[in-house]
Design a protein around this ligand. Structure first.
Ligand SMILES: *[C@@H]1O[C@H](CO)[C@@H](O)[C@H](O)[C@H]1NC(C)=O
Ligand SMILES: *[C@@H]1O[C@H](CO)[C@@H](O)[C@H](O)[C@H]1NC(C)=O
Ligand SMILES: CC(=O)N[C@H]1CO[C@H](CO)[C@@H](O)[C@@H]1O
Length: 158
């Protein structure tokens, strides 16, 4: 009796693995919605590519309260002591919209090798691609001399 039940149980289990396993590989491989349900891998490819990219440019600094306003182009409020940066307009995209870069964390390394982490919260209309406009608190940390006004930086998404 025990043996019969276990064989039946085995067959049922076996049959259910067959019915579950057999059809699944085809739609999972081909349907984007299903792929994205697993663990956001649709974006991970792009993210990984971007993470690997090091951007190089010039850092400048700005005072949000008097230049551009306390509301970053991304939405959240910002001040001179916020750990935020403004991204070149060409990278940012349409300045009247929230960019896909908004809220992304980056690590910026200055000329002496000091680095800080910051969040992209604004757009810098006068910056070149790769350039970042930093708040004074960030600029002081990685460039040091505010009077210098500019400094070479590189940065990556983290
Ligand atoms: C994912 O990244 C790899 C390696 O960079 C690339 O060859 C592949 O085309 C990318 N796939 C998609 C869907 O972007
Ligand atoms: C930028 O976004 C605004 C608001 O959505 C839109 O009205 C405008 O046409 C866009 N500009 C461009 C160049 O796409
Ligand atoms: C607004 C602005 O200065 N955008 C610059 C961003 O970077 C590209 C590429 O270097 C420049 O062509 C744009 O002028």
């Amino acid at each position: 009796m025990v043996r019969i039940i276990s064989i039946v149980g085995f067959l049922v289990a076996f049959a259910s693995t067959l019915t579950v396993a057999a059809p699944s590989p085809v739609p999972v491989a081909n349907t984007p919605e299903l792929v994205s349900n697993i663990a956001e891998p649709v974006y991970s490819n792009t993210t990984l590519e971007k993470r690997a990219t090091t951007y190089k440019g010039t850092a400048t600094w700005f005072i949000p309260e008097t230049e551009g306003g306390v509301w970053g182009a991304c939405g959240p409020k910002e001040s001179s002591s916020s750990k935020i940066v403004a991204l070149n307009k060409s990278q940012y995209g349409n300045m009247s919209k929230k960019s896909k870069w908004c809220g992304k964390k980056i690590r910026i390394t200055g000329p002496t090798g000091k680095s800080v982490t910051a969040t992209i919260n604004d757009a810098c209309p006068g910056c070149k691609s790769g350039d970042l406009d930093l708040t004074p608190v960030l600029f002081k940390q990685i460039i040091g001399n505010m009077n210098k006004g500019v400094g070479k930086i590189k940065w990556v998404l983290i």
